[in-house]
Write a protein that binds this ligand. Sequence first.
Ligand code: PMP
Length: 363
Amino acid sequence: MSNLARENEAINLSQGFPGFDCNPKLIELVNKHLRTKNNQYAPMPGIQKLREKVVQKTEELYRLNYDAETEVTITAGATQAIFTAIAAMVREGEEVIIIEPAYDSYVPAIELAGGEPVFFQLNPDDFSINWSEFQKLVNPRTKMIIINSPHNPTGSILNALDMMRLEKLTRNTDIIILSDEVYEHIIFDGLEHQSIARYPKLAQRSIIISSFGKTFHATGWKLGYCLAPANLMAEFRKVHQYVVFSVNTPLQHALAEYLDEREHYLELNAFYQQKRDFFNKLFVGSRFTMKPSTGTYFQLLNYSAISNDIDVDFARELTIKHKVASIPVSVFYHKKKDSKHLRFCFAKEENELEKAAEHLIQL
Ligand code: PMP
């Protein structure tokens, strides 16, 4: 869709990246560390100071203490961490439960590892999980369950009850939870992110993945991290070592220093909530309908009052004729299920969001 947007000079609200730069302070820190000879290989799990900062942040926010030596690894973004975790844990014939609509990197990683994706569908009306139905998918071949909250593409979140159901469901099993928490700092309306790290019993069997790219408006840096108990992390590192060995050294030093100031991640909720509200208000009175996003920088819009076209065709038409690019939600389903939803990224400047809405509300 980004290519189509470029070809058609459309406003690109498709791909999930901020339309503004990261904080100049962070750039300064990178410059500083480039100049201070921090340009050689970092230690395999990441530089000590950054791992310690991640531990500190996790403890402050979610009250669980990870060991910086053995339970944290800095990765080349969340995508590498997801791939590495799956490659390290999943073997031929083992099943991994995925909740659809789902981020696109899970299935290929499972299939490359010889595993079998098993698909569970979110409730199409409110994007909640029916745990009684979910339970029916769990069996002795279930190796892993992947969760993602705040959720791409629906903008929904898991609540405390969901986490308790997950804990109950996996009690007395060897199932590993892979928790994709890349949008942990983008959550709205006073709601709290239910990190796995808030649930010590779940955390004992879980791998948490997060991304500095999402949090610090620097998706192009491809830096993230992984948290897991030492036994799981040891397996993770056996693969990590031969996938990347270690990741960008000066950026790690810069991020470690930047994390000294907590407001750099704590202010993100309010920042993006304002953008969500601004974007959603522009559609009041239009024929698009929506359930306001509660997290991430995505908003789904339903267009069933406007067209009967399948979402892929409608998204193409919007891009080519109306000059606004979005992502059709069917691409997040293995069976390409069409629910007449398009995903819009509102991590953009207000004038860009305004211009996009001007085109769309005429439909
Ligand atoms: N998980 C989800 C749910 C995402 O939306 C993304 C980015 N689109 C990633 C993982 C990958 O993050 P990174 O850019 O750090 O690899």
